[in-house]
Design a protein around this ligand. Structure first.
Ligand SMILES: [Zn+2]
Length: 383
């Protein structure tokens, strides 16, 4: 008798099953794809299950609340689609899966600790949509400076900003702008977002840390290493070491502005002479919501029309627009005698004046919180 190996059905197969639960999720994924959503939020509330979609930075709820009696089964079906363990409701689970239906990859974070059941958030990565530097809404002078930095043989290319500021999109656009037929590029991410054919992708796992991956990559004779995130002293030190030994290292750091990035590297315990030697390009960015044409004029400036219109799906916004502040190869003296205010003076563009420009043009709501390059923690006793 031959053994038949059974395998779990693929996400697309589960979605194509008949019945209410698969049907519901099929509609959600297709809708999110049509409106080019960035995230899907699945929320267990007292009155039932709510599924919301983040479009152009705003959450909308295009689906009716699902009755609490069906909510648990609906979450179970979602877990089956995404390959999560359906036998437990008590642990945090992370995964990612792809759908041929939408040509997208979903990064899932499922959380059990809520009062009325499990909640999940899915980050959507459109596989057909590799970001291109020329398409990013940045000033041409900034793009020219970025391309100059990407053309250097070695150094640290840092993109910083808070969560959701578009750091990884910028880095992917940078990688896509490079000649990866002539250069060996290794990308270390957790997990890889968009796969570019022609570059080597590596994933971080619980047994393979950022530090291990950077050390491993350096032994593979790369020209360029993309490190998804520098978050501790070990990975920062290794990234800087790689950037000083003939590699261009592109990475992100979780800070608010460019001067704060230098502060962060110093507080991580990296020697100032190493920072001064490695820094090639340091930027901080934000994504600001661009107003829809239904915007309202007030005292010569513009603000969002709260109820929106059909065009903006009643959100008042039509998309998001990146703003950037950056500096190129800062003078080593500015690092040795680090002072955040002096450092802010060398920025080629800064976040607050870029924001002001967009307000004056009527592109964004004038009531937006203005980011500042002077707003960063000081370094205790180390100046
Ligand atoms: Zn509108």
């Amino acid at each position: 008798m031959a053994f038949e190996l059974t395998r779990a059905p693929s996400p697309d197969e589960v979605l194509s099953e008949k019945g209410f639960f698969s049907n519901f999720w099929r509609k959600v994924f297709l809708y999110a794809s049509q409106v080019k959503a960035s995230d899907i939020h699945i929320e267990s509330l007292k009155s039932g299950l709510q599924v919301r979609i983040r479009v152009k930075g705003s959450l909308i709820r295009p689906f009716d609340l699902v009755d609490e009696r069906e909510a648990v089964q609906l979450v179970d079906k979602f877990k089956e689609i995404s390959g999560l363990d359906t036998s437990t409701k008590k642990v945090l689970q992370d995964t990612s899966f792809s759908l041929a239906l939408t040509n997208a990859t979903y990064r899932v974070s499922l959380s059990p600790g809520f009062q009325f059941g499990e909640c999940a958030v899915l980050r959507i990565i459109d596989n057909g949509d590799i970001p291109r530097l020329e398409n990013l809404a940045l000033p041409q002078s900034a793009k020219t400076d970025i391309l100059w930095a990407l053309d250097q043989k070695q150094g640290l290319f840092l993109v910083t900003g808070p969560t959701g500021s578009g750091k990884s999109t910028t880095l992917q656009a940078c990688i896509a702008a490079m000649d990866y037929k002539e250069k060996k590029i290794i990308s270390i991410e957790n997990p890889p977002e968009r796969i570019l054919d022609g570059i080597v992708h590596e994933s971080i796992t619980s047994r393979y840390s950022w530090g291990d991956a950077i050390k491993g990559a350096m032994r593979q004779d790369p020209d360029v290493i993309l490190v998804g995130e520098v978050r501790d002293k070990e990975s920062a030190k290794l990234a800087i070491e790689a950037a000083q030994t003939g590699h261009l290292v592109l990475t992100t750091l979780h800070t608010n502005n460019v001067p704060a990035t230098v502060t962060r590297l110093i507080t991580l315990g990296i020697e100032k002479y190493l920072i001064a030697d490695a820094l090639l390009f340091v930027s901080a960015q934000r994504l600001l919501k661009a107003l829809c044409e239904c915007k309202v004029s007030e005292n010569g400036l513009f603000k969002r029309r709260k109820e929106g219109c059909q065009l903006c799906k009643f959100t008042g916004y039509k998309g998001r627009i990146p703003i950037l502040e950056y500096c190129l190869t800062p003078d080593p003296d500015l690092i040795f005698n680090f002072d955040q205010k002096k450092f802010a003076n060398i920025l080629k563009q800064d976040l607050s004046s870029e924001t002001q420009k967009l307000i004056n043009e009527g592109t964004i709501d004038y009531r937006v919180d203005q980011p500042s390059s002077h707003d960063c923690p000081t370094i205790g006793g180390d100046q």
